[in-house]
Design a protein around this ligand. Structure first.
Ligand SMILES: N[C@@H](CCC(=O)N[C@@H](CS)C(=O)NCC(=O)O)C(=O)O
Length: 202
């Protein structure tokens, strides 16, 4: 059985959980309290030197970090990954976008505001990151205004990756009022086969 070290509030940790579920792979969830620094203990750092969750441990003991690497591995050979090389590259485009242009803003602001009690301490940085988060949401809105899913007509891993923190963006103060295409897409993603809401512990 796979083991997933994760944190319940984390969209990054939900990503591999939902794909394990979609693949019909049972797994053991181990909760890691990131607010208490449990991903930074010497014991955890032996498993993931980067000190973060999620961390996937395979039945044979091998490990994999990085949520989108897990999506790619778990989605191998399924319709979540387009076979057409161009469409597959477009899916990668969104996966890299998620990690560079969306998650550091939308997810980090949510974490500071809702969970870490840092709204005051990080006030200026929150203003800046909120603007960048909205820029990322605007890019998604434009794409989703012309196609039902990020890569086109069919759902891909890009939709799972970007659903993770977009659906909880309001918890960080991001209103989705001005993004009607994103709101319809969020509803659409919940109807996909294998979808389970966050948090999911297997
Ligand atoms: N790029 C990584 C990001 C992982 C990440 O930032 N994990 C956060 C929770 S969402 C974490 O473990 N934070 C605790 C820490 O950095 O000490 C991924 O997609 O898996």
């Amino acid at each position: 059985m796979h083991t997933l070290y994760g944190n319940s509030i984390s969209g990054n940790c939900w990503k591999p959980a939902v794909m394990l579920h979609a693949r019909g792979l049972p797994f053991r969830w181990i909760e890691v309290d990131i607010l208490k620094g449990e991903s930074r203990t010497p014991e955890f750092l032996k498993r993931n030197p980067n000190g973060r969750v999620p961390l996937l441990v395979f039945p044979d003991g091998r490990t994999l970090a990085e949520s989108n690497a897990m999506l790619l591995h778990l989605g191998e050979g399924t319709s979540w990954i387009p076979t057409d090389p161009y469409l597959r590259a477009k899916m990668y485009e969104w996966l890299f976008f998620e990690q560079y242009s969306h998650e550091p803003y939308v997810a980090t602001v949510r974490f500071w505001v809702k969970f870490a009690g840092k709204a005051q301490e990080k006030a200026q940085e929150i203003v800046e990151r909120t603007a960048r988060g909205h820029a990322a949401l605007a890019v998604m809105e434009k794409a989703l205004s012309s196609t039902p899913f990020l890569v086109g007509e069919q759902p891909t891993l890009a939709d799972i990756a970007l659903y993770a923190y977009t659906h909880v963006a309001p918890e960080g103060g991001f209103s989705l009022e001005g993004y009607p295409a994103i709101r319809s897409w969020l509803d659409r993603v919940t109807t996909l086969p294998g979808f389970v809401p966050m948090p999911f512990h297997g």
